[in-house]
Ligand binder design. Sequence first.
Ligand code: NAD
Length: 492
Amino acid sequence: MNFFNYINGEWVPSINGETFQNLNPANNTDVIGNFPQSTAEDIDKAVKAASKAMKQWKNIPAPKRGDIIRKAGDIFARRQQELAEIMTREMGKTITETRGDIQEAIDTCYYGATEARRLFGYTAPSELTNKMNLSIRTPIGVCGIITAWNFPIAVPSWKIIPALICGNTVVLKPSEESPHSANIFAEILEEAGLPKGVFNVVHGASVAGSALVEHPEVKVVGFTGSTATGKKIAGRCGELNKKCSLEMGGKNVQIVLEDANMELAIDGVLWGAFGTTGQRCTATSRLILQDTIYDDFINKLLTRATKLIVGPGNDNNTNVGPVINEKQLNKIHEYVRIGREEGALCVLGGDREFKDELGLGTFYKPTIFIDVTPSMRIFKEEIFGPVLSVIKVSTFEEAIEVANDCEYGLSSSIYTKDVNKAIAAVHQLETGISYINAPTIGAEAHMPFGGVKGTGNGHREGGWTAYEIFSEWKTIYIDYSDTLQRAQIDNY
Ligand code: NAD
């Protein structure tokens, strides 16, 4: 089956006719289809359409834009199951999780529709008499959105919806690993009544992504992906003086203190480490245990983790789906080799060999390393797979120090019943998101989302903060004194 780009409300092939194939990670003999391998020419066409559409879109009152987005939320809800099945087929996670991915877009649409009636500015007193000061939000221009494959609908929605609500137009370059979902996004916005050219999808890989960053009419770049790619994009945006919001890698940590509810903490780490096959930016990849509970916790964790069922995401019994592709499978296996070489003890998994039909997909067994030390690469670097590294500490202070010894800073969690330690931890942990007695995953659409250190560049998606990224402040002074009043001079 052939799929197309969506430019100016039309479904079109790439100008040079090149395509790439997308496969089901649970079964590589299942070809989902051919998608346009776009280049700078396709990007140019889409950006020009978005630029043109901006003139009409920015003049539609924001609450009316919100009405269209609310309708899109309704259509996402109507198509949730169908889209969940498409998403599971192209990126592997279980249907329960892909339904959750789409739910996040529904929530983002409904929240966005209400935000469209706020988009609050500030009024402030003037220092001069008979003068007033206001500030309002204005749209910026064409937004170039580049996204990863692990949340094919939720993550694009975090950027696209606020960008549209603010009166901007959008060109999306989705991940080449989850392109089908992006086309459904376009279908839904079209059915909701979005005018032609306001939202465009251009498929392809880094060539298309970097052409989007470079295009002079793209004024804002919203990126989700690896820290290596994000830093490259940030560098170019710096040179080109473009606004740029980055959501990048993570190496998230769960701390369990000796007074914690142990079963709850095990529930949390199993979900955090092996949900989405460990392929969430917020996945738990480091577990810090207090020494007094270390052996007991690991024994109980292993008893539970051994029971996790690896399989295709569309099988209701599956807990852990495939990893995205062969390249990622090799990367995970290489990290497991490194972990063993570094002297950590692999007590579960560490194996990519599957027989029968699972041999047709890219599956990796849930893997746990114990006796890990803070200097080991498996404790420091993002693996992005079902691999958990466990470390032992003796005090709360040591737990915080080890947790913060990390180049990333997205999500952290602490399990304890000691309210003093819990509150101290959330202030001391160097992450954009912290949970108390809950796993490192579980963000909600109406709250700020993002990380510090190597994970982000100071912006926050989600909630009201996403609207900061996609709007520009305009300050307005209204002088109704009928005289020339010189600020800083006539009033002092
Ligand atoms: P990636 O960096 O390889 O690719 C991300 C996107 O960038 C893709 O669409 C890709 O085609 C595009 N791209 C690649 N090179 C480019 C270039 N030079 N210029 C412009 N675009 C380019 O990342 P991935 O493997 O798709 O995703 C996994 C990573 O994403 C992990 O590091 C994960 O932690 C991160 N992630 C972060 C968040 C977050 O919110 N912090 C959410 C999801 C995923």
